[in-house]
Structures are given as C-alpha cells and as structure tokens.
Design a protein around this ligand. Structure first.
Ligand code: PLP
Length: 399
C-alpha cells in the first residue's frame, strides 16, 4: 500500500495550480471557461530571447552546466543587480541560478531551516511560502496585514512576531496575491526593526519587480545595506520576460548561504536547463523596451476591472500598483445563496462562480486572508470583459 512521507503529509497541493487544473479539465469537456487563476503573463517570450534558446540548441549547448548556473548568466545577473538595484554581488560566490525562482526559495529554506525554526510570512501570502517552510520542518508564523494599510506589513506587527526562534522573514513586493508594493520608506521602517534582531534573515521575493504602475521598485538590501549580509535577494525570468516555462530563477546573497544552496542543487537538480540559461542571458542583456508596452496593457486591464468591480454589489477592491493580480474583498456575498446553496466562505464563492458562470479564480483562503478572491488579469481584454460581465451577473443573481 502506498504511504506518503511524513514531510509530504505536512503540505497540501498548490491551490492555485489546483484551480487552474479544474479550469483546464472543464475546458477539455468543451465548457467555455474563463481562467483567471494562474499567474503567468499571457504574452509570448520575446523573439530575441526565444532565438537565443534555439541558437543554444543548434550550438550544442545542451550538456550539464555548473550546478548554480553558467558564469555568463551569473555575470549577467550580477550586472542586473548593479543596474536595477544598486547591489554589488560577486558572480562567482554570491549569485546563483536555479530552476525557477520557486526552486531558489525552496533550496534556501531547505538549506537553512531546522525543525521548530520560525519563518515570518505576512498574510495574504504567495501559496508556496508556508508549504515550503513546512516541508523544511519549520513553522510558518503568519502576520496579518490589513486592506486599510494597503496590505503592507507594519513594523510594529513585525516586531511583535519576532522570537528567538525566528530564522527568516519573507517579503514579496509587488505582492502576489494583492499587488501591494513596499516603498523605500516602508522597507526602511521594516529594516529598522530587523537591525535590532541580528539573528533574523530576510528572503525577498522580487519576481514582480518589472510589473509596476506609477510606483518605484525598491528592495531591502539596497535600502538598508546593513542587512545585505543576511538577505537573499531573489528574482527571476518568469514574469519579467514571459518565460514561465523556461524555469529560470536567480538570487544574490551572502557566500556561505550560496554554498549551502549549491550543495543542495548538486544533490537535486544538478543544474538549471542549459538552453534556458542561454536564453536568460539574452533576456538580461537584451532590450527592455517591451516592458513598458506590456505594463501599459496590464494597466488598462487593471483599470477596466477596478471600474467593473466598483459597480458590483458585495465586492470592494484596492488599487494595486504592481504585479497582475486583483484581490477583491467579497464579504458582501458571504451568507447569500447561489444556486440554492448558502455561501459561507470565499471557497464557496469561488466554487459557485466556477459552476454557475464558468469563471475560475482562487479563493482568498488559499492565500491566508478571507473573505477575498484573487484573480489574475494577465488575460486578454476580451476575456476580462466577458469575465466582468459574468461576475456582475453572478453578484446580481445571489440572494
Ligand atoms: N514568487 C511569487 C510571488 C510568484 O507568484 C511566483 C510564481 O507564480 C514565483 C515566485 C515563482 O516563479 P518561478 O518559479 O516561475 O520563477
């Protein structure tokens, strides 16, 4: 009889991936589903990047590489950190590349967290932070943020959450699921707290750095250089360059941490895909002008949906300054019934929306703050217009 490990039994499958799968299954049955559950840009990988991948195959760059990435890519990553974030890392000892930003985080936690260690995770959070923490044997410590504070972590709340067992604080700005941004001064205030607790390390997930509207991006090691020797600055190619399937993530951080992660790579992935690495070199070193154009399209979609939600009874939504998600509050729908069934939680709301209107989005419960819904607007304007129509019809139909 099959028996899963104790470590595996501590976690649940990713709820966002589960919801996307439900949408895919319904589509396969011929249903006209609008899937707003997955978090990936709907633009193709830019041509010059794809070409670099093809060239790598043709040139036979198809063998194993160094476990933490080819030097050409690590140098391009170091140059990126200098250019965009005023951070200096040594490509040889302070940069690593892995199979996706997700694996960078996983490796960092696996390499450092012992049983009982605490990892502070502001909620709502990206679904994988608690799962990875638990897999590593650690304890997620959730710190709730408020819609009134723009879902930003408040320094006093951080201070209150720190204990002698705290190993990491995870930051994610722009945020998935809320799109919230931590400004330079927000980060400075958090850094002031962290400077008083030298045993706490910072894992900053900057994957949405380039998906930004009217806001300035900042990362904590840049704002407080005093934290740089205990900060892992994580980023990647997925969201900036529409390269989700290529699986390239990277990070800058202190040499001992990088060495620990390298050891883990050497016994797990061996190396990130060689072809994707060459494509990522082209991405980092190539033109970035397509970003402004894409952000303009994202912003139009965001504004369209915000206006649409504004007019819907039972729903209220913050205006996010980054990423491509909205996190509307759906409290007004709780307690009402749809299709003869009372909706008691946001899970019920998401389920009813899928069954009744074939719109797939993810309940806020999955991200640790209810009652909310998370939807990705990385979808065509046409499908967003249709989705808005269906959600409005749903809101009007509940009793
Ligand atoms: N971090 C956040 C907040 C994300 O939303 C995602 C992807 O959904 C990732 C990290 C991982 O990205 P990847 O593993 O594709 O680099």
């Amino acid at each position: 009889e099959f028996k899963a490990s104790e470590a595996l039994s501590r976690i649940k499958p990713s709820p966002t991936i589960a919801m996307s799968q439900k949408a895919i299954d319904l589509k396969r049955q011929g249903k006209d589903v609008i899937a707003l559950a997955a978090g990936e840009p709907d633009f193709p990988t830019p041509e010059h990047i794809a070409e670099a991948g093809i060239r790598a195959i043709r040139d036979g760059k198809t063998q194993y590489t160094s476990v933490d990435g080819i030097m050409e890519l690590k140098e391009a990553v170091a140059a990126k950190f200098t250019r965009d974030n005023s951070l200096t890392y040594d490509p040889g000892s302070e940069i690593c590349v892995a199979s996706g930003g997700k694996f960078v985080l996983y490796a960092a936690l696996m390499a450092t967290v012992d049983k009982g260690d605490e990892v502070i995770i502001p909620a709502p959070y990206w679904v994988s932070y608690p799962g990875m923490t638990k897999l590593a044997g650690g304890e997620p410590v959730f710190v709730e943020t408020k819609q009134e504070d723009g879902f930003r972590l408040m320094p006093d709340d951080l201070e209150a959450a720190i204990t002698p067992k705290t190993r990491w604080l995870i930051l994610n700005s722009p945020s998935n699921p809320t799109g919230a941004i931590l400004s330079r001064s927000d980060l400075k205030a958090l850094a002031d707290v962290l400077m008083r607790h030298p045993h706490v390390w910072v894992l900053t997930d900057d994957i949405y750095e380039h998906v930004l509207y009217d806001a300035e991006f900042a990362t904590i090691a840049e704002v407080e250089p005093g934290l740089k020797d205990r900060t892992l600055t994580m980023n990647g190619a997925s969201k900036a360059y529409s390269m989700t399937g290529w699986r390239i993530g990277y990070a800058g951080g202190p040499a001992p941490l990088m060495a620990a992660m390298r050891k883990l790579f050497s016994q797990s992935t061996t190396n990130p895909c060689s072809i994707s690495q060459w494509a990522a070199v082209a991405a980092l070193e190539g033109p970035h002008d397509f970003l402004a154009e894409r952000n303009k399209a994202f912003r139009e979609r965001r504004d369209f949906l915000l206006d649409a939600f504004d007019a819907m009874p039972g729903i209220s939504c913050e205006k996010p300054e980054g990423a491509f998600y909205l996190y509307p509050r759906c409290e007004g729908l709780i307690g009402k019934s749809a299709g003869g069934k009372v909706m008691e939680t946001d899970l019920d709301v998401a389920e009813a929306l899928l069954v009744q209107e074939l719109v797939a989005l993810v309940p806020g419960t999955a991200f640790g703050k209810a009652p909310y819904l998370r939807l990705s607007y990385a979808a065509s304007m046409e499908s967003l217009q249709e989705a808005a129509k269906r959600i409005a019809r749903f809101c009007d139909s509940v009793r």
